[in-house]
Design a binder for this molecule. Structure first.
Ligand code: GDP
Ligand code: MG
Length: 415
């Protein structure tokens, strides 16, 4: 079976990766199909949860620890770090924007975190480039002798990073290089490696620790330098704290939102029972108030859920909801609840699922109903596939969010 998409959390020590991972447990969410059919009250996912139509989806997260400057040359846990990276489909770079940790993660004050974004990217590029240059002479000779295509030759070198031919083809398409591979100079190779890195490791920067008073000026600086779509502001520790308080019955908190109610708030709103919440002591009360002021009111949320949505977006993922009964949306005769399963399909072809093996098709193409069926069922013969309401959908139909709500590719029958 193809695996779920994997997002690697990267960043120097003490930037907040582990805290982010804890805060993100089951936080990945997409709009669930139940809301489009007015069935939110019956929605019972087999995996994760559905909160008023916000569905947690099967994304795997990996805390990639041990990256310090010089990792590509084996410093720190450099090699181990880079090895873990191979399996990631996208990266979240957790950046400590409080400036209270230096490039190695040691305590300091006034460090410029915009540097971290530069050196981390550099480590990845140098790692890939270093490996390529080591063998460039023989790669070139082989390329010429075999009269190979540049895509084949590069894929031979890049498959170890979990790439496939389509990815390499896109990399080269973007660059539109005029010179043949055997005549590439150092500068051209660097361009190729950079473009490949963009393709293989789309990266979202989580500017973390926004609750810290020194964060503002660092955020402003980074915001000026970067594409706003690649930045999300986060306070991982705030999310962890709020979820803990909610679990212990001290607050009501809708995960990832700016909605926090204490017993006092609810009593003030006219519920004499205070929602059944426990009373906060003064210390906790102050902490909650600070968190509201410093994070929720100023930034709208702790940002952690947005990070994951952004990363999933960068992968072009479409959530698909396979069911056994296209009229009730249940998963079978003995199953209660609706839309119990959700699979993520890559919009731009089956790249994600096959990313550890080469695909022969180097053309960019969109995922189809057939691809979905294959992901859900594996390699079995299928007689037909139906969408919502029982309308049959063609195997070649292209998958998009909500597109087949009126003829959803949901029912599967094997012969
Ligand atoms: N102020 C603040 N501290 C944080 C935040 N996230 C993590 N930390 C703290 O930063 C330190 C390092 O966090 P950790 O998750 O262990 O970092 P890692 O080494 O990248 O895994 C810990 O003391 C965390 O409590 C945050 O959003 N705000
Ligand atoms: Mg850690």
């Amino acid at each position: 079976m193809p695996r779920d998409p994997l997002i690697g959390l990267v960043g120097k020590p003490s930037s907040g990766k582990s805290t982010m991972l804890n805060s993100l447990t089951d936080a990945s969410s997409k709009d669930c199909a139940c809301i489009r059919f007015g069935k939110s009250d019956q929605c019972k996912p087999n995996y994760g949860s559905c909160n008023n139509g916000k569905r947690s989806v099967p994304i795997e997260l990996l805390d990639v620890a041990g990256l310090v400057p010089g990792a590509h040359a084996g410093r720190g846990l450099g090699n181990k770090f880079l090895d873990d990276l191979r399996h990631a489909d996208a990266l979240v770079h957790v950046v400590d924007v409080s400036g209270t940790t230096d490039a190695e993660g040691k305590n300091t004050r006034g460090y410029d975190p915009s540097q971290d974004i530069i050196w981390l990217r550099g480590e990845i590029v140098q790692w890939i480039q270093g490996n390529l240059m080591e063998k460039w002479g023989s790669i070139k000779r082989r390329h010429v002798a075999l009269k190979a295509s540049p895509v084949d030759t590069l894929q031979g070198q890049f498959s170890g990073y979990g790439s496939n031919q389509a990815m390499v083809a896109r990399t080269l398409d973007k660059l539109q290089l005029k010179t043949p591979l055997e005549s590439w100079d150092q500068e051209t190779i660097e361009k190729v490696v950079n473009a490949f890195t963009d393709e293989k490791f789309p990266t979202v920067c989580a500017l973390n620790k926004i609750d810290h008073p020194d964060a503002d000026k660092n955020i402003a600086k980074i915001a000026k330098q970067r594409d706003p779509n690649t930045i999300v502001l986060t306070s991982a520790i705030s999310e962890v704290f709020l979820r803990k308080l909610a679990k212990q019955g001290y607050v009501k908190y809708a995960e990832g939102s700016d909605f926090v109610d204490t017993r006092e708030d609810l009593i003030a709103d006219g519920d004499p029972d205070g929602g059944g919440l426990k009373e906060l002591d003064d210390k906790l009360k102050t902490r909650v108030e600070n968190l509201k002021d410093m994070v929720l009111y100023r930034f709208g949320s702790t940002g952690v859920v947005q990070v994951l949505s952004r990363a999933a977006q960068s992968l072009g993922l479409v959530p698909v909801f396979p069911v056994r009964n296209v009229n009730t949306f249940s998963s079978g005769a003995n199953s209660t609840g609706v839309f119990r399963d959700c699979v993520l399909i890559s919009k731009c072809g089956p790249l994600l699922w096959y990313s550890r093996t080469a695909v022969s098709n180097t053309q960019n193409r969109n995922s189809t109903v057939k691809d979905v069926a294959k992901k859900v069922m594996g390699d079995v013969a299928i007689s037909y596939i139906e969408g919502a309401g029982g309308t049959r959908v063609a195997e070649t139909d292209i998958v998009e969010v909500g597109k087949n709500d009126d003829k959803r590719k949901s029912k599967r029958k094997s012969v």
